[in-house]
Design a protein around this ligand. Structure first.
Ligand code: GLN
Length: 261
Protein backbone atom coordinates (compact mmCIF):
# COMPACT_ATOMS: atom_id res chain seq x y z
CA UNK A 1 0.00 0.00 0.00
CA UNK A 2 1.41 3.34 -0.93
CA UNK A 3 2.11 5.65 1.92
CA UNK A 4 1.76 8.80 -0.12
CA UNK A 5 -1.74 7.87 -1.22
CA UNK A 6 -2.69 7.21 2.38
CA UNK A 7 -1.29 10.52 3.39
CA UNK A 8 -2.95 12.57 0.68
CA UNK A 9 -6.20 10.77 1.24
CA UNK A 10 -6.08 11.25 5.01
CA UNK A 11 -5.38 14.92 4.43
CA UNK A 12 -8.18 15.10 1.91
CA UNK A 13 -10.61 13.55 4.32
CA UNK A 14 -9.75 15.70 7.31
CA UNK A 15 -9.69 18.84 5.23
CA UNK A 16 -12.99 17.90 3.58
CA UNK A 17 -14.64 17.72 6.97
CA UNK A 18 -13.31 21.09 8.03
CA UNK A 19 -14.07 22.81 4.76
CA UNK A 20 -17.30 21.10 3.79
CA UNK A 21 -19.13 24.03 5.35
CA UNK A 22 -17.18 26.51 3.28
CA UNK A 23 -17.58 24.58 0.04
CA UNK A 24 -15.54 26.99 -1.98
CA UNK A 25 -11.89 27.80 -2.24
CA UNK A 26 -9.90 30.27 -4.13
CA UNK A 27 -6.23 29.99 -4.77
CA UNK A 28 -3.24 31.03 -6.73
CA UNK A 29 -1.73 28.63 -9.24
CA UNK A 30 1.08 26.61 -7.70
CA UNK A 31 3.44 27.58 -10.49
CA UNK A 32 4.89 31.08 -10.99
CA UNK A 33 2.07 33.60 -10.94
CA UNK A 34 1.63 35.91 -13.93
CA UNK A 35 2.99 39.42 -13.66
CA UNK A 36 0.59 42.27 -12.97
CA UNK A 37 1.00 43.52 -16.53
CA UNK A 38 0.12 40.13 -18.00
CA UNK A 39 -2.97 39.92 -15.82
CA UNK A 40 -4.08 43.38 -16.76
CA UNK A 41 -3.58 42.62 -20.43
CA UNK A 42 -5.70 39.49 -20.33
CA UNK A 43 -8.23 40.47 -17.72
CA UNK A 44 -7.64 38.64 -14.49
CA UNK A 45 -8.87 35.22 -13.47
CA UNK A 46 -9.59 31.84 -14.99
CA UNK A 47 -12.29 30.20 -12.90
CA UNK A 48 -12.17 26.42 -12.65
CA UNK A 49 -15.26 24.50 -11.56
CA UNK A 50 -14.43 21.16 -9.97
CA UNK A 51 -15.55 18.62 -7.40
CA UNK A 52 -12.76 18.25 -4.87
CA UNK A 53 -13.70 14.71 -3.84
CA UNK A 54 -11.62 13.06 -6.48
CA UNK A 55 -8.06 12.23 -5.38
CA UNK A 56 -5.50 12.43 -6.96
CA UNK A 57 -7.08 14.84 -9.50
CA UNK A 58 -8.67 17.24 -7.00
CA UNK A 59 -8.87 17.01 -3.23
CA UNK A 60 -8.35 19.12 -0.13
CA UNK A 61 -4.94 19.39 1.44
CA UNK A 62 -4.66 21.72 4.41
CA UNK A 63 -7.71 23.66 3.30
CA UNK A 64 -6.66 24.13 -0.31
CA UNK A 65 -7.89 22.29 -3.34
CA UNK A 66 -4.87 20.57 -4.89
CA UNK A 67 -4.25 17.76 -7.38
CA UNK A 68 -3.42 16.99 -10.99
CA UNK A 69 -6.27 19.01 -12.51
CA UNK A 70 -5.56 22.01 -10.28
CA UNK A 71 -1.92 22.06 -11.32
CA UNK A 72 -2.69 21.58 -15.01
CA UNK A 73 -5.30 24.34 -14.88
CA UNK A 74 -2.80 26.52 -13.00
CA UNK A 75 -0.21 25.99 -15.72
CA UNK A 76 -2.80 26.78 -18.43
CA UNK A 77 -3.87 29.93 -16.59
CA UNK A 78 -0.24 30.94 -16.33
CA UNK A 79 0.33 30.65 -20.08
CA UNK A 80 -2.78 32.81 -20.55
CA UNK A 81 -1.45 35.36 -18.07
CA UNK A 82 -4.36 34.74 -15.69
CA UNK A 83 -4.74 33.77 -12.07
CA UNK A 84 -6.52 30.49 -11.38
CA UNK A 85 -9.50 30.50 -9.08
CA UNK A 86 -11.00 27.18 -7.97
CA UNK A 87 -14.69 26.71 -7.24
CA UNK A 88 -15.62 23.46 -5.51
CA UNK A 89 -19.11 22.16 -6.27
CA UNK A 90 -21.08 18.95 -6.81
CA UNK A 91 -19.88 17.08 -9.91
CA UNK A 92 -23.27 17.39 -11.61
CA UNK A 93 -23.26 21.18 -11.05
CA UNK A 94 -20.13 21.73 -13.14
CA UNK A 95 -21.73 21.70 -16.61
CA UNK A 96 -24.64 23.96 -15.49
CA UNK A 97 -22.07 26.37 -13.97
CA UNK A 98 -20.24 26.56 -17.33
CA UNK A 99 -23.46 27.10 -19.26
CA UNK A 100 -24.50 29.86 -16.85
CA UNK A 101 -21.13 31.58 -17.23
CA UNK A 102 -20.36 31.12 -13.53
CA UNK A 103 -17.08 29.35 -14.32
CA UNK A 104 -14.74 29.43 -17.32
CA UNK A 105 -13.52 25.83 -17.30
CA UNK A 106 -14.61 22.51 -15.86
CA UNK A 107 -11.53 20.51 -14.84
CA UNK A 108 -12.72 17.55 -12.83
CA UNK A 109 -11.38 14.32 -14.28
CA UNK A 110 -14.25 14.80 -16.69
CA UNK A 111 -14.68 12.08 -19.28
CA UNK A 112 -15.49 13.15 -22.82
CA UNK A 113 -18.88 11.71 -23.78
CA UNK A 114 -21.19 12.34 -26.73
CA UNK A 115 -24.01 13.33 -24.36
CA UNK A 116 -21.89 15.96 -22.63
CA UNK A 117 -20.76 17.31 -26.00
CA UNK A 118 -24.37 18.40 -26.52
CA UNK A 119 -24.04 20.76 -23.52
CA UNK A 120 -20.37 21.82 -23.45
CA UNK A 121 -17.31 21.95 -25.70
CA UNK A 122 -14.25 19.90 -24.79
CA UNK A 123 -10.57 20.68 -25.23
CA UNK A 124 -8.07 18.08 -26.41
CA UNK A 125 -7.81 15.17 -24.00
CA UNK A 126 -5.03 15.17 -21.41
CA UNK A 127 -5.32 11.87 -19.51
CA UNK A 128 -6.34 8.31 -20.39
CA UNK A 129 -8.46 6.74 -17.68
CA UNK A 130 -10.82 3.85 -17.10
CA UNK A 131 -13.73 2.86 -14.95
CA UNK A 132 -12.86 0.00 -12.63
CA UNK A 133 -14.67 -2.21 -10.16
CA UNK A 134 -14.03 -2.17 -6.42
CA UNK A 135 -15.29 -5.13 -4.38
CA UNK A 136 -14.98 -6.34 -0.81
CA UNK A 137 -11.55 -7.89 -0.27
CA UNK A 138 -13.10 -11.27 0.62
CA UNK A 139 -15.57 -11.38 -2.30
CA UNK A 140 -15.03 -14.53 -4.37
CA UNK A 141 -18.09 -14.07 -6.59
CA UNK A 142 -17.11 -11.01 -8.62
CA UNK A 143 -13.89 -11.41 -10.65
CA UNK A 144 -14.50 -9.03 -13.56
CA UNK A 145 -16.93 -6.85 -15.52
CA UNK A 146 -19.09 -9.84 -16.55
CA UNK A 147 -19.92 -10.63 -12.94
CA UNK A 148 -21.53 -7.34 -11.87
CA UNK A 149 -24.68 -7.73 -13.96
CA UNK A 150 -27.75 -7.31 -11.76
CA UNK A 151 -25.65 -6.60 -8.66
CA UNK A 152 -26.12 -3.61 -6.37
CA UNK A 153 -23.53 -1.14 -7.62
CA UNK A 154 -22.47 2.06 -5.90
CA UNK A 155 -21.41 5.06 -8.00
CA UNK A 156 -20.81 8.76 -7.74
CA UNK A 157 -23.93 10.61 -8.92
CA UNK A 158 -23.88 11.83 -12.52
CA UNK A 159 -20.55 10.26 -13.47
CA UNK A 160 -19.76 7.87 -16.29
CA UNK A 161 -19.58 5.16 -13.61
CA UNK A 162 -23.24 5.98 -12.91
CA UNK A 163 -24.11 5.71 -16.62
CA UNK A 164 -22.28 2.39 -17.17
CA UNK A 165 -23.57 0.81 -13.97
CA UNK A 166 -27.11 1.72 -15.03
CA UNK A 167 -26.50 -0.26 -18.25
CA UNK A 168 -25.86 -3.51 -16.37
CA UNK A 169 -28.17 -3.34 -13.37
CA UNK A 170 -31.35 -1.73 -12.05
CA UNK A 171 -29.80 -1.58 -8.59
CA UNK A 172 -27.60 1.50 -8.70
CA UNK A 173 -26.91 3.32 -5.44
CA UNK A 174 -25.85 6.92 -6.09
CA UNK A 175 -23.61 8.80 -3.67
CA UNK A 176 -22.36 12.39 -3.71
CA UNK A 177 -18.80 11.24 -3.03
CA UNK A 178 -16.89 8.19 -4.22
CA UNK A 179 -15.62 7.91 -0.66
CA UNK A 180 -19.18 7.30 0.60
CA UNK A 181 -19.71 4.55 -1.98
CA UNK A 182 -16.55 2.76 -0.82
CA UNK A 183 -17.68 3.07 2.81
CA UNK A 184 -21.04 1.50 1.93
CA UNK A 185 -19.16 -1.31 0.17
CA UNK A 186 -16.93 -1.95 3.18
CA UNK A 187 -20.07 -2.09 5.34
CA UNK A 188 -21.61 -4.71 3.05
CA UNK A 189 -24.48 -2.47 1.92
CA UNK A 190 -23.62 -2.83 -1.78
CA UNK A 191 -21.79 -5.46 -3.90
CA UNK A 192 -19.41 -3.28 -5.90
CA UNK A 193 -18.40 0.28 -6.75
CA UNK A 194 -17.68 1.48 -10.29
CA UNK A 195 -15.41 4.51 -10.35
CA UNK A 196 -12.36 6.00 -12.13
CA UNK A 197 -9.17 3.92 -11.88
CA UNK A 198 -6.82 6.28 -10.03
CA UNK A 199 -9.56 7.41 -7.67
CA UNK A 200 -10.38 3.77 -6.94
CA UNK A 201 -6.73 3.16 -6.08
CA UNK A 202 -6.59 6.20 -3.82
CA UNK A 203 -9.80 5.24 -2.03
CA UNK A 204 -8.91 1.54 -1.72
CA UNK A 205 -5.41 2.33 -0.45
CA UNK A 206 -7.00 3.61 2.71
CA UNK A 207 -9.45 0.76 3.26
CA UNK A 208 -8.15 -2.77 3.85
CA UNK A 209 -11.69 -4.20 3.51
CA UNK A 210 -11.87 -3.52 -0.23
CA UNK A 211 -9.85 -4.23 -3.38
CA UNK A 212 -9.75 -2.99 -6.98
CA UNK A 213 -10.17 -5.52 -9.81
CA UNK A 214 -7.52 -5.45 -12.56
CA UNK A 215 -9.79 -5.66 -15.62
CA UNK A 216 -11.20 -2.25 -16.50
CA UNK A 217 -14.91 -1.85 -17.04
CA UNK A 218 -14.44 0.81 -19.74
CA UNK A 219 -11.62 2.95 -21.16
CA UNK A 220 -12.07 6.70 -21.38
CA UNK A 221 -10.31 10.04 -21.67
CA UNK A 222 -10.44 13.26 -19.67
CA UNK A 223 -10.66 16.75 -21.13
CA UNK A 224 -11.42 20.23 -19.91
CA UNK A 225 -14.96 21.46 -20.57
CA UNK A 226 -15.92 25.03 -21.50
CA UNK A 227 -19.21 26.79 -22.26
CA UNK A 228 -20.68 25.60 -25.55
CA UNK A 229 -19.56 27.83 -28.41
CA UNK A 230 -16.52 29.36 -26.67
CA UNK A 231 -14.15 28.28 -29.45
CA UNK A 232 -11.62 30.95 -28.58
CA UNK A 233 -11.10 29.56 -25.07
CA UNK A 234 -10.90 25.98 -26.39
CA UNK A 235 -8.17 27.08 -28.80
CA UNK A 236 -6.23 28.93 -26.11
CA UNK A 237 -6.39 25.92 -23.78
CA UNK A 238 -5.42 23.50 -26.55
CA UNK A 239 -2.38 25.63 -27.37
CA UNK A 240 -1.40 25.59 -23.68
CA UNK A 241 -2.00 21.83 -23.42
CA UNK A 242 0.15 21.17 -26.49
CA UNK A 243 2.95 23.18 -24.93
CA UNK A 244 2.59 21.36 -21.59
CA UNK A 245 2.63 17.99 -23.38
CA UNK A 246 5.67 18.91 -25.47
CA UNK A 247 7.77 20.39 -22.68
CA UNK A 248 7.06 17.46 -20.36
CA UNK A 249 5.35 19.60 -17.72
CA UNK A 250 2.06 17.71 -17.98
CA UNK A 251 3.74 14.36 -17.38
CA UNK A 252 5.68 15.90 -14.51
CA UNK A 253 2.44 16.97 -12.83
CA UNK A 254 0.86 13.52 -13.32
CA UNK A 255 3.99 11.77 -12.01
CA UNK A 256 3.94 13.92 -8.89
CA UNK A 257 0.62 12.37 -7.88
CA UNK A 258 0.66 8.95 -9.57
CA UNK A 259 3.63 6.63 -9.28
CA UNK A 260 4.00 3.89 -11.89
CA UNK A 261 3.15 0.38 -10.67
N1 GLN B 1 -14.64 10.57 -15.08
C1 GLN B 1 -15.94 10.54 -14.48
C2 GLN B 1 -16.89 11.36 -15.29
O1 GLN B 1 -16.50 12.19 -16.05
C3 GLN B 1 -15.95 10.98 -13.02
C4 GLN B 1 -15.52 12.40 -12.79
C5 GLN B 1 -15.67 12.87 -11.34
O2 GLN B 1 -16.36 12.28 -10.53
N2 GLN B 1 -15.02 13.94 -11.01
O3 GLN B 1 -18.08 11.19 -15.19
Amino acid sequence: MKQYLKTIFALAMSATMVFAAVGCSSQEPTSEPATDEQQEASGGTLTMATNAEFPPYEFYDAGEVVGIDVEIAGAIAETMGKTLEVEDMAFDSIIPALSAGKADIGAAGMTVTEDRKASVDFTDTYVKASQVIIIKADNTEIAGPDDVEGKTIGVQLGTTGDIYASDVTDNVERYNKGFEAVQALAQGKIDAVIIDDQVAKALAADNADVKVLDTPFTEEEYAIAVKKGNTELVEQINAALTELKENGKLQEIVDKYITAE
